[in-house]
Design a protein around this ligand. Structure first.
Ligand code: NCD
Length: 306
């Protein structure tokens, strides 16, 4: 049985197959409409979510399956003191697969060690968010036609942003990817990512503070929200929250075929005037998230559709 904790749990070849499956689902949804008839997905969300939880649920429903679960720790037995391990043992009796989001780094990993059904990490603290990364990879491959030979700028909260950590790990495996990290001093990419992922593999990267200085070099601009819930004090959050605001004027500095991505939710970091720009890809990214989660559910449940 397989779980998904990190995007690196799949080899590059397996990821290619998963993305190919997602594209087939996009093109022939009817072929998959009953692939998971009678199967159940449990969504165990100890932290708030809109897109991730609902896209998992939409994915399972699109496959003919059904969903059950909870959407906050307060409405689960965690509020009574139940451990993640006990909860997952019990959920294994109710469902065939589960997606778990938790504020503690490593909680889904702990769950996977006692679970008798596949566990998908749907975001663990400031650590990883592998299914957002699958979504991002499918978006990049679909809109740019490749996953290598790209200059990607990651902008905003690179310290706490788990989507950034997972995406950097995943993209580091492709040839010719150049990373540009754009953040204020306090929110720089963690040194463990620089040392263990980039420097070990001799991958080129740049760290800058001003978005304007690098805008014209980028094939992809990946914007992120300042992660308020992971700050130790509100003053720092208030000081940093509007550090970057992508607007029409800054978009004028970008290449004509650059794409703007964002895992969402957006707060202030992309002005709504950018939504109309054809290079804004963040709402299309949401749709790719459903296809790729459908492909992931089929893969982990080992359901084959001919
Ligand atoms: C992200 C997350 O939860 O890490 N959201 C998402 O799942 N699309 C990004 C965020 O919350 O800023």
């Amino acid at each position: 049985m397989r779980h998904l904790m990190s995007p690196l749990d799949f080899s590059v070849e397996e990821l290619d197959q998963l993305l190919d499956l997602a594209v087939d689902i996009e093109n022939h949804p009817e072929k998959y409409a009953h692939a998971c008839d009678g199967k159940k997905l449990a969504t165990l969300f100890y932290e708030p979510s809109t897109r991730t939880r609902l896209s998992f649920e939409a994915a399972m429903i699109n496959l003919g399956g059904s969903v059950l679960g909870f959407s906050s720790a307060a409405s689960s037995s965690a509020a009574k003191g139940e451990s993640v391990s006990d909860t997952i043992r019990m959920i294994s009796c109710y469902a065939d697969i589960c997606a778990m989001r938790h504020h503690k780094e490593g909680a889904p990993m702990v769950a996977s060690t006692v679970s008798s059904i596949p566990v998908i990490n749907a975001g663990d603290g400031g650590h990883q968010h592998p299914t957002q990364t699958l979504t991002d990879l499918l978006t990049i491959r679909s809109l740019k036609g490749r996953l290598g030979n790209l200059t990607i700028g990651l902008c905003g909260d690179l310290k706490f942003g788990r989507t950034v950590h997972s995406l950097v790990k995943a993209l580091a495996r492709y040839e010719g990817v150049k990373f540009v990290f754009i953040s204020p001093e306090e929110l720089r990419i963690p040194s463990y990512i620089k040392e263990d992922v980039l420097e070990v593999n001799h991958l080129p990267y740049q760290e800058v503070e001003r978005l304007e200085d690098v805008m014209g070099d980028l094939d992809i601009l990946y914007m992120t929200r300042v992660q308020r819930e992971r700050f130790f004090n509100e003053e720092d959050y208030i000081r940093l929250k509007d550090f970057y605001i992508l607007d029409r004027k800054k978009m004028e500095l970008a290449k004509d075929d650059m794409i703007v991505m964002h895992p969402l939710p957006r707060v202030n970091e992309i002005s709504v005037e950018v939504d109309k720009d054809p290079r804004a890809a963040y709402f299309r990214q949401v749709q790719y998230g459903v296809y790729v989660r459908m492909a992931l559910i089929l893969t982990l449940l080992e359901v084959k559709v001919c």
